[in-house]
Design a protein around this ligand. Sequence first.
Ligand code: PRE
Length: 292
Amino acid sequence: MKKIAYLGPKGTFTEVAAKAVFPNDEFISFPSIPDCMDSVSIGDVDFAVVPIENAIEGSVNLTLDYLIHNQKLMINGEITVPIEQQLLVHENQLENWTKIEKVYSHPQAIAQSHQFLRSYLPNAEFEYTNSTGSAAQHVANHPDERIAAIGNSLAAEQYGLTIAQSEIHDYENNHTRFVILKKDNICLTEQSPLFNGDKTTLMVTLPADYPGALHHVLSAFAWRKLNLSKIESRPMKTGLGNYFFVIDVAMKMDEVLIPGVIAELEALKCQVTLLGSYPCFSLAKKNNEVKV
Ligand SMILES: O=C(O)C(=O)C[C@]1(C(=O)O)C=C[C@@H](O)C=C1
């Protein structure tokens, strides 16, 4: 049985993601994304599952930055999960939920529900937590405070909270991508009904700021007809204007095309690091009934 680290406590979206990929393994919750990544790096667990991108809010920068600057882990898989945010209260507060004074949740969950909060709870303060699960746990532990959490319906069940308003995220088609991290790049099995194609992720650092540098990088992919599913720039943290690029290619590492891209970019004096070549899984809405 494998040990899987996830952003906890129980009732987070990350737990849903982790249990969809590893239905029969052992789960260990950690209070933060860096804690999950440290635990897999020191070998306490076999894999860590952490969020990396949300359809409404964009990248989870903490994950990306920690992966690049702190723990050099490999992406071994990806799972996309539909995200439905609910406003959770203790039953004592249900009748007066519009008088809630403070809303607790993960910054991504609050940002995904911004318009709802402006319309229905315009005077409420926000209190950011490490996860939606820890927000729900806090609300459950303070039944007489005028507070609410934003989280999923599993957290409501887990902590005995009531859904005061359901599906409060501002846009439909809210999904989050989670990555499955390990020190090396072993192949997770693709034999799953959730399998949805392969990806390879590269980190590319340009040699210097010169006209057309990014164009040269992209053309190495373009003339080989490689489909990019994402390109993201993040600061190198070495000074203003210094960025690296994280590029997702919609195919598995092969013996010709991707090695050809890497060789071409290196000839352009780019630094290229393979962050992983891996299967992607997707949890369709109707399958989102994962027991946690
Ligand atoms: O707090 C949780 O439940 C998480 O799993 C984290 C997280 C995130 O970091 O994006 C995951 C999915 C949702 O987008 C909101 C929060």
